[in-house]
Design a protein around this ligand. Structure first.
Ligand SMILES: CNc1nc2cc3c(cc2[nH]1)N=C(N)NC3
Length: 370
């Protein structure tokens, strides 16, 4: 196992790249999709099943774990890896986005954010320093800077002011992170859909220096066209030799479009959340398994014989969803996470072979067939 954190680019095809991030807890093949394990579990999944889908790394959340069971308790119990029985890399988000999207009654100052827990209304504070401490107590391998995520809609002045605050917080995050060989701190680029603000943010982050760079402030309802418009320039503002992480993305076609535009890492609740609600992702598009048309369909969801759902008919999946059986969400989550990892593997192979464009055309054609 590597003793330090490093990123090696293996091949590029147009703006798309494939490579390997080496960490003391294992390698991460890029482009990589990270299943979301918000409260120390990828919902409805055993960790060994998450690994079996092909995931090299998963995501945890500072916000949720600081509220329950607290970072101090997880530290006393040996850290997040041991606590949730996942010994491979973990990336933890820093809390900024979750405070904006989940917590009640935020008070924002230069110092940080105070908020009320969405669980029990108790009062809490997050600052760059406290977020770094929590992520250190959790033992995460990739730590995210503490940033301010502006509530939308927001005008350009608000976006600019928020981005500049986040850059000052990035400086404080770097300072508080300290010297932790084998662990990485990622900066988060902000700036909304304003190209000049995105460039200003990237310049500020590069001046501080990080082991990887995230693009934040997207996948917040702007829509795919606007997101791709930003990705038509933003990734190239970042260092070519460091991982680029697009936060919160996305649907399969968002993921393909982001990889095409130079993104190396992504995370999204979609495959697991939609799995629990009966939405199955397949190469021919989405199957809403609760729909009556599946009641007598003997076929599996996907012809891929590697799919964990290959031994179950659509009729069976329809039945267990209609009967509200626990296995329903488990099977569809497992299926969806495997499907997402399958397209990541196919893209890594296509980029390495210089055939990404052909693969992308096939990807869209199969979905058009339905
Ligand atoms: C689901 N969309 C989404 N956009 C995000 C954007 C950010 C994030 C998480 C996100 N999730 N975490 C941050 N710390 N900052 C930016």
């Amino acid at each position: 196992m590597a003793q330090k954190f490093s990123f090696e680019l293996k091949a590029t095809d147009g703006r798309a790249r494939t490579g390997v991030i080496s960490t003391p807890r294992g390698e991460i093949r890029t482009p990589a999709f990270m299943p979301v394990g918000t409260a120390a579990t990828v919902k409805a999944m055993m960790p060994e099943s998450v690994r079996a889908t092909g995931a090299d790394i998963l995501l945890g959340n500072t916000y949720h774990l600081m509220l329950r069971p607290t970072a101090e308790r997880i530290d006393r119990l040996g850290g997040l890896h041991k606590f949730m029985n996942w010994e491979r890399p973990i990336l933890t988000d820093s809390g900024g986005f979750q405070v904006m999207s989940l917590a009640g009654l935020r008070k924002l100052t230069e110092h940080g954010v105070t908020f009320k827990s969405h669980i029990d209304g108790s009062k809490h504070e997050l600052t760059p320093e406290r977020s770094m401490e929590i992520q250190r107590l959790l033992g995460s391998d990739i730590v995210m800077c503490f940033d301010e995520c502006p509530a939308l809609p927001a005008d350009r002045d608000r976006i600019a002011e928020s981005m500049r605050l986040s850059m000052r917080w990035a400086e404080r995050s770097r300072e508080a992170f300290g010297d932790r060989p084998g662990h990485a701190l990622f900066g988060i680029m902000q700036g909304g859909l304003e190209q000049d603000l995105r460039e200003e943010s990237a310049e500020a982050l590069k001046k501080i220096g990080f082991e990887g760079y995230a693009i934040g402030g997207l996948a917040v309802g702007e829509g795919q066209e606007a997101m791709f418009g930003c990705l038509d320039y933003a990734p190239e503002f970042l260092p070519v030799d460091k991982p680029r992480y697009l936060m919160g993305v996305g649907k399969p076609d968002d993921i393909v479009g982001a990889v095409k535009r130079g993104i190396d890492m992504m995370d999204c609740v979609l495959p697991s959340r939609s799995g629990r609600t009966g939405q199955a992702f397949t190469r021919h598009g989405v199957v809403n398994i609760k729909n009556a048309r599946h009641a007598d369909d003997p076929r599996p969801l996907d012809e891929a014989n590697s799919s964990p759902s290959r031994n179950y008919s659509r009729a069976y999946l329809h039945h267990v969803f209609r009967s509200n059986e626990m296995i329903a969400g488990m099977l569809l989550t497992w299926h969806n996470l495997h499907y997402f990892q399958m397209i990541m593997q196919e893209m890594r192979d296509a980029i390495a072979a210089g055939s990404f464009d052909a693969w992308e055309q096939e990807f869209h054609a199969m979905r058009a067939q339905g």
